[in-house]
Design a protein around this ligand. Structure first.
Ligand code: GDD
Ligand code: MG
Length: 334
């Protein structure tokens, strides 16, 4: 089975982290998001993955030099310009010659969904397209789906105004498509699969959906990126995904206090630092006696600095003794 994985977004909401690393290449529990995602696709029978890229494929090619990822063969489809989700699916499917039932996944979603079961449901309903759904508390930031008890979708509404959503079941970003879906996507311009194509399929009664309570998270925002990491080291996610928080190649000084923290290979922490609920990425450094809480760090934190609820980019140096709370450094909106 073949799959298209959408990885062409700009990762705007994860800045400044995505200034230096494309969103799908950011690690969750030491493994790039894209590799965890493809691993789950491969478990469900996907053998070939086309990455729908909006920009340079080099970081991906360098990370997967054999042209395979989690056992699946990779093809890179680089759009001439950003085509939005629907345009990107059409471009990638045509580029790689897809002509039978295929899987599509948003590249920032981590889930333990059983892909083979989703494909089986799709076939049992003779669906044109089938969506995976997951329940959330506030559906307004997602695609919201209203379906009947058999799973036939009555309405698909992308990002409805708060309080107007017809259900709390949202589009979880994994789909099974017939090739006929590609023919419905107009060529040569931006097309949102969610805003243009899903409503069309729903009106034709060919769109189906299955809710599951599998582990699910969209990693596209700093808080959720942090949560995805902590879920994996604290075993809130399935056993097979579990990772040890501290990588073998991390350098950790004497008397360092660490709780619920991911420390990457190539990160270093000096004596007496106190770090909790955080992710220290490759190349990061925390100085002696510094305190870091609920933060993601790519740069350097000086000795005795206090950092809480921050995202610190790759080239940043936080001065010795400085205090920072609730900041992104550098501030992407500045
Ligand atoms: N190749 C390519 N080209 N990929 C793109 C483009 C593009 O022009 N635009 C977005 N993408 C990719 C992103 O990189 C991401 O992997 C995926 O498409 C979805 O885009 P997001 O920007 O992350 O969308 P979202 O999170 O706001 O909403 C989507 O996901 C929700 C679930 O997490 C929608 O599919 C919602 O309906 C859904 O509920
Ligand atoms: Mg997203």
């Amino acid at each position: 089975m073949r799959a298209v994985v959408l990885v062409g977004g700009f990762g705007t909401r994860l800045r400044p982290l995505t200034y230096s690393v494309p969103k799908p290449m950011l690690p969750v529990g030491h493994v790039p998001i894209i590799e965890r995602l493809i691993d789950n696709l491969a478990r469900g029978g996907v053998t070939d993955v086309t990455l729908a890229l909006g920009f340079r494929p080099e970081p991906f090619m360098a990370a997967f030099p054999e042209g395979t990822c989690a056992g699946a063969r990779l093809t890179y489809a680089v759009e001439p310009e950003p085509l939005d989700t629907g345009g990107a699916i059409r471009f990638a499917a045509q580029y790689s010659g897809i002509d039978s039932t295929f899987v599509v996944a948003n590249g920032d979603v981590l889930t333990d969904l059983d892909i083979a079961a989703l494909v089986e449901f799709h076939r049992s309903r003779h669906a044109e397209a089938t969506l995976h759904l997951t329940p959330v508390e506030d559906p307004s930031a997602f695609g919201v789906v209203d379906s009947d008890e058999r799973g036939l979708v009555r309405r698909f509404i992308e990002k409805p105004p708060a309080g107007t959503a017809p259900s709390n079941l949202i589009n979880a970003g994994t789909y099974v498509f017939e090739p006929s879906v590609i023919d419905r996507i107009p060529g040569g311009r931006k097309v949102s699969i969610e805003r243009e194509i899903f409503p069309l399929l729903a009106a034709d009664h060919t769109l189906w959906a299955v809710p599951t309570d599998d582990y699910w998270i969209d990693t596209g925002q700093p808080d959720l990126y942090l949560k995805a990491n902590l879920d994996i080291i604290t075993r809130r996610r399935a056993e097979r995904s579990w990772a040890h928080g501290i990588a073998d190649g991390a350098v950790i000084g004497a008397g360092v206090a660490l709780s619920d923290t991911v420390v990457a290979n190539g990160a270093s922490i000096d004596a007496g630092a106190d770090i909790s609920d955080s992710v220290l990425l490759a190349g990061s450094h925390v100085g002696a006696g510094a305190h870091v809480r609920h933060s993601v760090v790519m740069g350097r934190v000086g000795a005795r600095a206090m950092v809480s609820n921050c995202v610190i980019g790759a080239d940043v140096v936080i001065a010795d003794g400085a205090r920072h709370a609730d900041e992104r450094i550098p501030d992407p909106s500045a």
